[in-house]
Design a protein around this ligand. Structure first.
Ligand code: FES
Ligand SMILES: [Fe+2]
Length: 432
């Protein structure tokens, strides 16, 4: 895994919301429907802090695949502004999460992004915690010390079909379990609990986290993704009604592939339905299962399979792309032979971490069942291209000449993200 933690600073400085003469609540309230956000929301320390408090510390966040924690004691750490969280697998193989803060005098416990521990030993005075969070050992304490009250502070955590979510709120959004109950049957066929990490890469995006998410939520720019486009039917932006005559044969091919995919789902007993509830609930989500062009197996040249071992219970290699979008910070692509999962975490108002993880069947062998370069080729190229789009947009929104611009007819999910964000932020600002 390569992690580039280099930061850059902008020469333009940071806009403050107060520099606009408006309060954050007023700035959010005057968001114009159908238009991009105002500069201060992409470019102020004030809004970065508000985003951490009002979005990232109040909502469920996708932070890891269970495949990153294959054995008891395996952990990842998650940095959320000033907060650091340990996500680990305990000796009963359950996924747990704790604040990465010693209960003695507060030292960070774990420094690394991932690793494996027997117990959690504080580097400062060596208080020792079990992987279940209990305080096991503390030197030189009076016999009256009640160790049972000094375990690591837990963080809400859910493992859903191999995907791990945490929430730092005292009372997490209650709709998460409902959303996951509806999504779970769609994830189950992919058997993500029986996968392994083939590759993981972090990119430090030169842009505010909202620009990273907005960029993901549309394909208006997809002619900038030549590798990705080889997998898609070249019909983006058209409907059956306005599809031009030259594309009618492609439309027919697309419809036939869609019908074959639906039939394949039915035959295998898997649900197939589009759900789109992106903007009006705390756990905004969207699921869609689409056919891919060419062979239709995977993201690769000609849509060919990139791994010989199929995931889970899927018996049909031509199984298109099941994708899940979750507010505020994740998206997922599932194919018959691999899954690619993405998470975004803010680093500061101008930088974000995009983590991409490729999952394959746990028994797949690199060099035998899959070639790593072929597996990651399309999304590596696409990530690099998206990263450049995000960076150039960040430069633009920092420019004093920037004013919010109108969304096109094919940017509905960008508008849904911005609507979700402004509603959640308005709710937070009204309550604090
Ligand atoms: S701060 Fe952890 S043992 Fe003292
Ligand atoms: Fe893109």
């Amino acid at each position: 895994m390569s992690v580039d933690t280099a930061r850059t600073t902008t020469s333009t400085g940071t806009t403050t919301a107060s520099a606009t003469g408006l309060t954050p609540a007023q700035l959010v309230a005057r968001q114009r429907p159908g238009y991009s956000l105002e500069a201060a929301l992409y470019d102020s320390r004030e809004f970065f802090d508000l985003d951490m408090a009002g979005i990232f510390r109040r909502h469920w966040l996708f932070v890891a695949a269970e495949a990153e924690l294959p054995e008891p004691g395996d952990y990842v750490t998650v940095e959320l502004g000033r907060a650091s969280v340990i996500v680990l697998r305990d000796d009963d193989e359950q996924v747990r999460a704790f604040h990465n803060v010693c209960r003695h005098r507060g030292s960070r416990l774990l420094d690394d992004a991932c690793g494996s521990v027997g117990n959690l030993v504080c580097p400062y005075h060596h208080w020792t915690y079990g992987v279940d969070g209990r305080l096991l050992h503390a030197d030189n304490q009076p016999p009256t010390l009640d160790r049972s009250t000094l375990g690591l502070r837990p963080v809400h955590v859910r493992a859903v079909e191999g995907l791990v979510f945490i929430c730092l709120a005292d009372e997490p959004p209650a709709d998460f379990d409902d959303v996951m109950a509806r999504v779970q049957p769609y994830l189950a066929p992919y058997g993500l609990t029986r996968t392994k990490v083939a590759h993981q890469v972090d990119i430090v995006e030169q842009g505010n986290w909202k620009l990273v998410m907005e960029n993901n939520r549309e394909c208006y720019h997809c002619d900038g993704h030549p590798e990705l486009l080889t997998a898609y039917f070249p019909l983006h932006g058209y409907t059956a009604q306005d599809c031009p005559p030259r594309l009618r044969p492609v439309w027919q091919r697309f419809e036939e592939a869609g019908a074959a995919l639906s039939a394949s789902c039915s035959r295998q007993g898997f649900p197939t339905q589009t759900m789109r509830e992106l903007d009006d609930r705390p756990t905004g989500f969207m699921i869609n299962h689409s056919p891919l062009d060419g062979d239709g197996h995977s993201y690769s040249a000609g849509g060919k399979s990139v791994c010989r071992r199929r995931l889970g219970a899927i018996d049909d290699p031509r199984f298109g792309d099941f994708h899940l979008h979750l507010q505020p910070n994740s998206w997922f692509h599932m194919l018959s032979d691999n899954a690619v999962v993405f998470s975004v975490l803010p680093l500061d108002e101008h930088h974000s971490r995009l983590r991409t993880t490729w999952l394959v069947h746990e028994d797949a062998v690199e060099g035998v069942d899959y070639d790593l370069d072929a597996l990651i080729h399309v999304w590596s190229a696409t990530n690099a291209q998206d990263s450049a789009f995000v960076a150039r947009t960040q430069l633009g929104v920092l420019d004093p000449a920037y004013t919010p611009g109108p969304y096109s007819q094919v940017e509905g999910d960008v508008e849904a993200f911005v609507t979700w964000y402004t509603r959640r932020m308005a709710d937070y600002l009204a309550r604090r």
